[in-house]
Design a protein around this ligand. Structure first.
Ligand SMILES: C[S@@+](CC[C@H](N)C(=O)[O-])C[C@H]1O[C@@H](n2cnc3c(N)ncnc32)[C@H](O)[C@@H]1O
Length: 365
């Protein structure tokens, strides 16, 4: 059976500056770290005994193992970046560290009781081969798992849509209505589904043939045509009216576009891909929530307390983050802290951490 090994690294991984990119992820995870451990503990009890051999794919800087205390030496870290593995070995010690691409896992068939990864399958451009390889190295009866904590890599999703020539628009949205009142920010992604495309093209004055002739399909692929329809001879000509024309164009785009929930999109894609190796009934999706309430960790003290939205590009707002249920008490603590830091420590109210995980599991028959 021929295997494809893409020449390009997967969606910017591995990068030379990869470690700093990984530490950015750590910075975000600081806010939900104990909630993550809470969810992981329940995941462990549901699916594991603790004596399994586990292969982690794309282990990066070792985040998953660091917070999953079981398995000791029976955990095998693997990653395409040997530098990440060296860094992780220095930090965690126990276990094995094996460099290699997910497209050609350097293990014999039926080697592991469990194979999986965290925040990783969404970066693989050839998901089919990645899943087939995971299936191959898993023993019969073994468990595949994929955990998504920070939300999927929306740039990878945007690339995929661009390749399929589906018009897509990405924008940063703040103040998403939710009971977390302040500083909630998320990336909103809208795309033009096939069934709305003709209506959109008609509204901007473009034909399918003209669209097919566009070398690249971006969110403003039809803007020049739209500007011409408004009586402008091209971008240069409409320059001074640009500020007005762009919102008009974008309004039409938004009218025919629908929001894309990137997590749901990816989870379904992973489910379908796994089903081809594992079988339709062997794959399950679940949402897991982790919760923790207590004093802030030293790392959390360095960050402003606020709510973050990592997931859900659709209407639903499902925040993961670290927030304060008692705003008034916290304001009091803040005021006191300026003059009497030691006393303030004693009246500091607890924060709540919430994490929402998308989990996909599959059992090899
Ligand atoms: C988003 S990071 C996730 C790292 C880690 N699992 C975490 O949760 O912090 C993606 C990881 O996949 C690795 N990776 C990218 N392409 C790969 C490939 N083709 N084979 C194996 N690992 C790969 C990268 O080196 C990186 O460590």
């Amino acid at each position: 059976m021929g295997r494809t090994v893409p020449e390009q690294p997967d969606h910017g991984w591995p990068l030379e500056e990869g470690l700093s990119r990984l530490s950015e992820l750590y910075g975000l995870r600081v806010l939900t770290i104990r909630a993550f451990e809470d969810a992981l503990k329940r995941f462990h009890h549901r699916y594991f005994q603790g004596n399994e051999t586990v292969l982690e794919i794309g282990s990066g800087a070792g985040f998953l193992k660091e917070h999953w205390p079981n398995f000791s030496e029976r955990w095998v870290h693997s990653d395409a970046q040997p530098g990440f593995l060296a860094h992780t070995r220095e930090k965690l010690g126990a276990g094995s560290y094996v460099a290699g691409s997910v497209y050609q896992l350097p293990f014999t068939d039926d080697s592991f009781d469990a194979v999986g990864g965290c925040g990783v399958f969404d970066v693989f451009r050839d998901l089919e081969t990645a899943c087939r390889e995971a299936y191959r190295v898993l023993r019969p009866g073994g468990l595949f798992f994929s955990i998504t904590d920070l939300g999927v890599d929306y740039e990878a999703v945007a690339d995929e849509f661009a390749q399929q020539r589906i018009p897509l628009r990405m924008r940063r949205k703040t103040k998403v209505p939710s009971f977390f009142s302040r500083d909630v920010e998320k990336i909103q992604i809208d795309y033009l589904p096939e069934e709305h495309l003709d209506a959109f093209l008609e509204s901007v004055g473009m034909t399918r043939e003209e669209m097919d002739a566009c070398p690249q399909i971006t969110s403003d692929f039809a803007f020049d045509t739209f500007a011409k329809k408004q009586g402008f001879s091209g971008r240069a000509h409409c320059f001074e009216h640009f500020d007005k024309l762009i919102p008009d164009y974008m309004e039409l785009f938004t009218r025919y576009a629908i929001p894309l929930d990137t997590n749901a999109y990816f989870t379904e894609k992973l489910r379908k891909t796994l089903a081809r190796s594992f079988g339709e009934h062997a794959v399950h999706l679940e949402k897991m929530q982790g919760y923790y309430q207590g004093k802030r960790t030293p790392e959390q003290e360095k960050q402003e307390v606020r709510a973050f939205v990592y997931e859900n590009q659709g209407d639903r707002v499902q925040p993961s983050g670290c927030y304060l249920p008692w705003i008034i008490e916290y304001e009091l603590y803040r005021l006191t802290h300026q003059r009497f830091p030691n006393f303030a420590k004693r009246i500091e109210p607890p924060v709540a951490e919430v994490v929402n995980l998308d989990v996909v599991v599959a059992r090899k028959q």
